[in-house]
Design a protein around this ligand. Structure first.
Ligand code: NAP
Length: 288
Protein backbone atom coordinates (compact mmCIF):
# COMPACT_ATOMS: atom_id res chain seq x y z
CA UNK A 1 0.00 0.00 0.00
CA UNK A 2 1.44 3.40 -1.01
CA UNK A 3 0.52 6.84 0.31
CA UNK A 4 -2.02 8.80 -1.71
CA UNK A 5 -0.48 12.11 -2.82
CA UNK A 6 -2.73 15.19 -2.51
CA UNK A 7 -3.20 17.12 -5.76
CA UNK A 8 -3.65 20.51 -4.10
CA UNK A 9 -4.71 23.47 -6.23
CA UNK A 10 -3.32 26.42 -4.24
CA UNK A 11 0.05 26.69 -5.96
CA UNK A 12 -1.31 26.52 -9.53
CA UNK A 13 -4.11 28.92 -8.58
CA UNK A 14 -1.52 31.36 -7.22
CA UNK A 15 0.53 31.17 -10.41
CA UNK A 16 -2.56 31.81 -12.56
CA UNK A 17 -3.59 34.78 -10.40
CA UNK A 18 -0.03 36.16 -10.67
CA UNK A 19 -0.24 35.84 -14.46
CA UNK A 20 -3.62 37.63 -14.45
CA UNK A 21 -2.23 40.39 -12.19
CA UNK A 22 0.80 40.92 -14.44
CA UNK A 23 -1.42 41.30 -17.50
CA UNK A 24 -3.84 43.58 -15.61
CA UNK A 25 -1.06 45.83 -14.29
CA UNK A 26 0.45 46.09 -17.78
CA UNK A 27 -2.90 47.09 -19.28
CA UNK A 28 -3.46 49.75 -16.61
CA UNK A 29 0.10 51.09 -17.00
CA UNK A 30 0.23 51.16 -20.80
CA UNK A 31 -3.39 51.70 -21.80
CA UNK A 32 -5.23 52.94 -18.72
CA UNK A 33 -7.55 49.92 -18.96
CA UNK A 34 -8.37 47.69 -15.99
CA UNK A 35 -9.78 44.27 -16.90
CA UNK A 36 -13.39 44.00 -15.73
CA UNK A 37 -15.39 40.87 -15.02
CA UNK A 38 -19.16 40.95 -14.50
CA UNK A 39 -21.02 38.08 -12.81
CA UNK A 40 -24.76 37.95 -13.52
CA UNK A 41 -26.75 36.36 -10.69
CA UNK A 42 -30.48 35.59 -10.70
CA UNK A 43 -30.83 33.48 -7.57
CA UNK A 44 -31.06 33.89 -3.79
CA UNK A 45 -29.07 30.65 -3.37
CA UNK A 46 -26.65 31.08 -0.44
CA UNK A 47 -23.87 28.83 -1.83
CA UNK A 48 -23.96 30.83 -5.09
CA UNK A 49 -23.61 34.06 -3.11
CA UNK A 50 -20.61 32.54 -1.29
CA UNK A 51 -19.02 31.49 -4.59
CA UNK A 52 -19.52 34.93 -6.15
CA UNK A 53 -17.96 36.58 -3.08
CA UNK A 54 -14.94 34.28 -3.42
CA UNK A 55 -14.52 35.23 -7.11
CA UNK A 56 -14.76 38.92 -6.18
CA UNK A 57 -12.11 38.57 -3.45
CA UNK A 58 -9.76 36.69 -5.78
CA UNK A 59 -10.34 39.27 -8.55
CA UNK A 60 -9.35 42.15 -6.29
CA UNK A 61 -6.10 40.34 -5.44
CA UNK A 62 -5.41 39.86 -9.17
CA UNK A 63 -6.01 43.53 -10.03
CA UNK A 64 -9.25 42.76 -11.87
CA UNK A 65 -12.43 44.74 -11.27
CA UNK A 66 -15.37 42.44 -10.55
CA UNK A 67 -18.99 43.56 -10.43
CA UNK A 68 -22.09 41.54 -9.67
CA UNK A 69 -25.32 42.25 -11.55
CA UNK A 70 -28.20 40.99 -9.43
CA UNK A 71 -31.47 40.12 -11.11
CA UNK A 72 -34.56 38.87 -9.28
CA UNK A 73 -34.75 35.12 -8.62
CA UNK A 74 -37.91 35.08 -10.75
CA UNK A 75 -36.42 37.10 -13.63
CA UNK A 76 -37.80 36.29 -17.09
CA UNK A 77 -35.31 34.61 -19.46
CA UNK A 78 -35.76 37.55 -21.87
CA UNK A 79 -34.64 40.00 -19.16
CA UNK A 80 -31.55 37.91 -18.39
CA UNK A 81 -30.74 37.61 -22.09
CA UNK A 82 -31.11 41.37 -22.58
CA UNK A 83 -28.75 42.07 -19.68
CA UNK A 84 -26.14 39.65 -21.05
CA UNK A 85 -26.38 41.27 -24.50
CA UNK A 86 -25.98 44.72 -22.96
CA UNK A 87 -22.84 43.65 -21.04
CA UNK A 88 -21.49 41.95 -24.17
CA UNK A 89 -21.80 45.24 -26.07
CA UNK A 90 -20.17 47.31 -23.29
CA UNK A 91 -16.53 48.04 -24.22
CA UNK A 92 -15.71 48.54 -20.52
CA UNK A 93 -16.57 44.90 -19.75
CA UNK A 94 -14.10 42.16 -20.72
CA UNK A 95 -15.56 39.03 -19.14
CA UNK A 96 -19.16 37.97 -18.49
CA UNK A 97 -20.29 34.99 -16.40
CA UNK A 98 -23.87 33.80 -16.02
CA UNK A 99 -24.09 32.14 -12.62
CA UNK A 100 -26.33 29.10 -12.04
CA UNK A 101 -28.85 28.14 -10.69
CA UNK A 102 -31.22 30.20 -12.83
CA UNK A 103 -34.93 30.92 -12.37
CA UNK A 104 -37.26 28.02 -13.26
CA UNK A 105 -37.75 27.79 -17.02
CA UNK A 106 -34.45 29.51 -17.88
CA UNK A 107 -31.84 27.44 -19.73
CA UNK A 108 -28.19 28.29 -19.06
CA UNK A 109 -27.02 26.96 -22.43
CA UNK A 110 -29.70 28.95 -24.24
CA UNK A 111 -29.12 32.22 -22.36
CA UNK A 112 -25.34 31.96 -22.54
CA UNK A 113 -25.70 32.29 -26.29
CA UNK A 114 -26.17 36.00 -25.56
CA UNK A 115 -22.63 36.30 -24.13
CA UNK A 116 -20.21 37.50 -26.82
CA UNK A 117 -17.69 34.67 -27.43
CA UNK A 118 -14.72 37.01 -26.88
CA UNK A 119 -16.08 37.81 -23.37
CA UNK A 120 -17.26 34.28 -22.64
CA UNK A 121 -14.59 33.65 -19.98
CA UNK A 122 -16.39 30.58 -18.58
CA UNK A 123 -16.93 28.97 -21.99
CA UNK A 124 -20.71 28.88 -21.54
CA UNK A 125 -21.84 30.03 -24.99
CA UNK A 126 -22.57 26.93 -27.12
CA UNK A 127 -20.37 28.55 -29.80
CA UNK A 128 -17.41 28.28 -27.41
CA UNK A 129 -18.07 24.58 -26.86
CA UNK A 130 -18.42 24.08 -30.62
CA UNK A 131 -15.12 25.84 -31.26
CA UNK A 132 -13.46 23.76 -28.55
CA UNK A 133 -14.79 20.57 -30.16
CA UNK A 134 -13.54 21.75 -33.56
CA UNK A 135 -10.06 22.48 -32.18
CA UNK A 136 -10.47 26.25 -32.69
CA UNK A 137 -9.41 28.90 -30.15
CA UNK A 138 -12.08 29.47 -27.50
CA UNK A 139 -12.34 29.91 -23.76
CA UNK A 140 -13.00 26.50 -22.22
CA UNK A 141 -15.31 26.23 -19.21
CA UNK A 142 -13.01 27.08 -16.32
CA UNK A 143 -13.78 23.93 -14.30
CA UNK A 144 -12.95 21.61 -17.21
CA UNK A 145 -9.72 23.49 -17.92
CA UNK A 146 -8.90 23.46 -14.18
CA UNK A 147 -8.80 19.65 -14.20
CA UNK A 148 -6.16 19.61 -16.96
CA UNK A 149 -4.29 22.52 -15.38
CA UNK A 150 -4.18 20.74 -12.00
CA UNK A 151 -2.88 17.53 -13.58
CA UNK A 152 -0.21 19.54 -15.44
CA UNK A 153 0.77 21.34 -12.23
CA UNK A 154 1.42 17.99 -10.56
CA UNK A 155 3.31 16.53 -13.51
CA UNK A 156 0.69 13.91 -14.41
CA UNK A 157 1.26 12.91 -18.05
CA UNK A 158 -1.80 12.67 -20.32
CA UNK A 159 -0.45 11.44 -23.65
CA UNK A 160 -1.57 7.89 -24.28
CA UNK A 161 -3.14 7.55 -20.82
CA UNK A 162 -6.65 6.21 -20.32
CA UNK A 163 -8.94 8.75 -18.63
CA UNK A 164 -12.44 7.96 -17.37
CA UNK A 165 -14.55 11.09 -16.92
CA UNK A 166 -17.58 10.45 -14.71
CA UNK A 167 -20.22 13.01 -15.77
CA UNK A 168 -21.26 14.32 -19.19
CA UNK A 169 -22.55 17.80 -18.40
CA UNK A 170 -22.03 20.66 -20.84
CA UNK A 171 -20.06 22.60 -18.23
CA UNK A 172 -17.67 19.89 -17.06
CA UNK A 173 -17.70 16.39 -18.59
CA UNK A 174 -18.13 17.17 -22.29
CA UNK A 175 -15.66 20.07 -22.58
CA UNK A 176 -13.18 18.15 -20.43
CA UNK A 177 -13.36 15.20 -22.84
CA UNK A 178 -12.37 17.55 -25.70
CA UNK A 179 -9.52 19.11 -23.71
CA UNK A 180 -8.18 15.65 -22.82
CA UNK A 181 -8.45 14.44 -26.41
CA UNK A 182 -6.48 17.51 -27.48
CA UNK A 183 -3.79 16.33 -25.07
CA UNK A 184 -3.72 12.85 -26.67
CA UNK A 185 -5.41 11.01 -23.79
CA UNK A 186 -7.79 8.14 -24.53
CA UNK A 187 -11.09 9.28 -23.03
CA UNK A 188 -14.17 7.41 -21.86
CA UNK A 189 -17.12 9.51 -20.68
CA UNK A 190 -19.44 7.85 -18.15
CA UNK A 191 -22.89 8.92 -16.93
CA UNK A 192 -25.82 7.69 -14.87
CA UNK A 193 -26.74 5.07 -17.48
CA UNK A 194 -23.24 3.61 -17.77
CA UNK A 195 -23.83 -0.11 -17.27
CA UNK A 196 -20.83 -0.96 -15.07
CA UNK A 197 -19.19 2.23 -13.86
CA UNK A 198 -16.62 0.47 -11.67
CA UNK A 199 -15.46 -1.72 -14.58
CA UNK A 200 -14.87 1.36 -16.75
CA UNK A 201 -13.12 3.44 -14.09
CA UNK A 202 -11.00 0.46 -12.97
CA UNK A 203 -9.51 0.24 -16.44
CA UNK A 204 -8.43 3.92 -16.42
CA UNK A 205 -5.08 5.43 -15.45
CA UNK A 206 -6.81 8.65 -14.44
CA UNK A 207 -10.36 9.03 -13.07
CA UNK A 208 -12.14 12.39 -13.02
CA UNK A 209 -15.25 12.42 -10.84
CA UNK A 210 -17.74 15.11 -11.87
CA UNK A 211 -21.12 13.60 -11.02
CA UNK A 212 -22.26 15.64 -8.02
CA UNK A 213 -22.76 12.45 -5.94
CA UNK A 214 -20.96 12.42 -2.59
CA UNK A 215 -18.76 9.36 -2.10
CA UNK A 216 -19.63 7.81 -5.49
CA UNK A 217 -16.04 6.74 -6.23
CA UNK A 218 -14.55 4.19 -3.82
CA UNK A 219 -11.49 1.93 -3.88
CA UNK A 220 -13.61 -0.62 -5.81
CA UNK A 221 -13.71 1.87 -8.72
CA UNK A 222 -9.93 2.23 -9.04
CA UNK A 223 -6.97 0.36 -10.40
CA UNK A 224 -4.13 0.46 -7.86
CA UNK A 225 -2.03 3.55 -8.60
CA UNK A 226 -4.77 5.47 -10.42
CA UNK A 227 -4.71 9.27 -10.30
CA UNK A 228 -8.05 10.73 -9.20
CA UNK A 229 -9.37 14.26 -9.71
CA UNK A 230 -12.45 15.11 -7.67
CA UNK A 231 -14.56 17.87 -9.23
CA UNK A 232 -17.60 17.23 -7.05
CA UNK A 233 -18.71 19.88 -4.56
CA UNK A 234 -21.52 18.44 -2.48
CA UNK A 235 -22.81 20.35 0.55
CA UNK A 236 -22.49 18.56 3.89
CA UNK A 237 -24.87 18.83 6.86
CA UNK A 238 -22.37 20.92 8.81
CA UNK A 239 -22.22 23.57 6.07
CA UNK A 240 -19.00 22.29 4.46
CA UNK A 241 -18.24 20.65 1.13
CA UNK A 242 -17.43 17.09 0.19
CA UNK A 243 -16.38 15.59 -3.13
CA UNK A 244 -17.60 12.71 -5.28
CA UNK A 245 -14.72 10.54 -4.08
CA UNK A 246 -14.73 8.64 -0.79
CA UNK A 247 -11.27 9.83 0.24
CA UNK A 248 -10.94 7.37 3.09
CA UNK A 249 -11.85 4.41 0.89
CA UNK A 250 -9.44 5.29 -1.95
CA UNK A 251 -6.56 6.16 0.38
CA UNK A 252 -3.69 3.80 -0.34
CA UNK A 253 -5.25 2.61 -3.64
CA UNK A 254 -5.11 5.92 -5.52
CA UNK A 255 -1.62 7.23 -6.24
CA UNK A 256 -2.97 10.77 -6.02
CA UNK A 257 -6.26 12.50 -5.21
CA UNK A 258 -7.31 16.15 -5.44
CA UNK A 259 -8.84 17.38 -2.17
CA UNK A 260 -12.29 18.96 -1.80
CA UNK A 261 -12.14 21.78 -0.99
CA UNK A 262 -8.71 22.99 -2.13
CA UNK A 263 -8.18 21.07 -5.38
CA UNK A 264 -10.06 21.93 -8.58
CA UNK A 265 -12.03 24.83 -7.00
CA UNK A 266 -9.25 27.41 -6.51
CA UNK A 267 -7.80 26.66 -9.95
CA UNK A 268 -11.25 27.20 -11.50
CA UNK A 269 -11.58 30.64 -9.90
CA UNK A 270 -8.05 31.62 -10.90
CA UNK A 271 -8.70 30.56 -14.51
CA UNK A 272 -11.77 32.81 -14.69
CA UNK A 273 -9.49 35.72 -13.77
CA UNK A 274 -6.73 34.66 -16.17
CA UNK A 275 -9.32 34.37 -18.96
CA UNK A 276 -10.65 37.85 -18.13
CA UNK A 277 -7.14 39.33 -18.25
CA UNK A 278 -6.48 37.61 -21.60
CA UNK A 279 -9.84 38.84 -22.97
CA UNK A 280 -9.02 42.41 -21.90
CA UNK A 281 -5.58 42.24 -23.51
CA UNK A 282 -7.12 40.96 -26.74
CA UNK A 283 -9.75 43.73 -26.69
CA UNK A 284 -7.07 46.40 -26.18
CA UNK A 285 -4.79 45.08 -28.94
CA UNK A 286 -7.76 44.72 -31.33
CA UNK A 287 -8.44 48.45 -30.98
CA UNK A 288 -4.86 49.58 -31.59
P1 NAP B 1 -24.64 17.88 -13.54
O1 NAP B 1 -25.00 18.83 -14.62
O2 NAP B 1 -25.67 17.49 -12.53
O3 NAP B 1 -24.09 16.56 -14.24
C1 NAP B 1 -23.77 15.42 -13.49
C2 NAP B 1 -23.32 14.32 -14.41
O4 NAP B 1 -22.98 13.20 -13.61
C3 NAP B 1 -24.41 13.85 -15.39
O5 NAP B 1 -23.83 13.61 -16.65
C4 NAP B 1 -24.93 12.57 -14.75
O6 NAP B 1 -25.37 11.61 -15.68
C5 NAP B 1 -23.68 12.05 -14.07
N1 NAP B 1 -24.02 11.19 -12.94
C6 NAP B 1 -24.87 11.46 -11.92
N2 NAP B 1 -24.94 10.41 -11.09
C7 NAP B 1 -24.14 9.46 -11.60
C8 NAP B 1 -23.80 8.14 -11.19
N3 NAP B 1 -24.32 7.59 -10.10
N4 NAP B 1 -22.94 7.45 -11.96
C9 NAP B 1 -22.39 7.99 -13.07
N5 NAP B 1 -22.67 9.25 -13.51
C10 NAP B 1 -23.53 9.97 -12.77
O7 NAP B 1 -23.41 18.41 -12.69
P2 NAP B 1 -22.17 19.36 -13.13
O8 NAP B 1 -22.65 20.76 -13.24
O9 NAP B 1 -21.41 18.75 -14.23
O10 NAP B 1 -21.30 19.29 -11.80
C11 NAP B 1 -20.77 18.07 -11.35
C12 NAP B 1 -20.16 18.28 -9.96
O11 NAP B 1 -19.09 19.20 -10.08
C13 NAP B 1 -21.12 18.90 -8.95
O12 NAP B 1 -20.82 18.41 -7.65
C14 NAP B 1 -20.78 20.36 -9.00
O13 NAP B 1 -21.11 21.04 -7.80
C15 NAP B 1 -19.30 20.29 -9.21
N6 NAP B 1 -18.71 21.50 -9.81
C16 NAP B 1 -17.55 21.94 -9.26
C17 NAP B 1 -16.93 23.04 -9.78
C18 NAP B 1 -15.62 23.49 -9.19
O14 NAP B 1 -15.12 24.53 -9.54
N7 NAP B 1 -14.99 22.70 -8.33
C19 NAP B 1 -17.51 23.71 -10.86
C20 NAP B 1 -18.67 23.21 -11.45
C21 NAP B 1 -19.25 22.08 -10.91
P3 NAP B 1 -26.65 11.86 -16.66
O15 NAP B 1 -26.16 12.79 -17.73
O16 NAP B 1 -26.97 10.51 -17.16
O17 NAP B 1 -27.71 12.46 -15.80
Amino acid sequence: MTDTRPLAGAERAGALRDEAREIAEGLVREHGVQPRLVVVVATEDESTAWYVRSITRAAVKAGIACDTVRLPADAEPAAIRARLAELSADPGVHGVILQTPLPPGASAADLAGAIAPDKDVDGANPLSLGRLAAGLPAFAPATAEAVVSLLDAHGVALTGRGVAVVGRSTVVGKPLAHLLLDRDATVTVCHSRTADLAAVTRSADIVVAAAGRAGLITAAHLAPGAVVVDVGTNPTDDGGLTGDVDAESVSGTAAALSPVPGGVGPVTTALLLQHTALAARRAVTAHQ
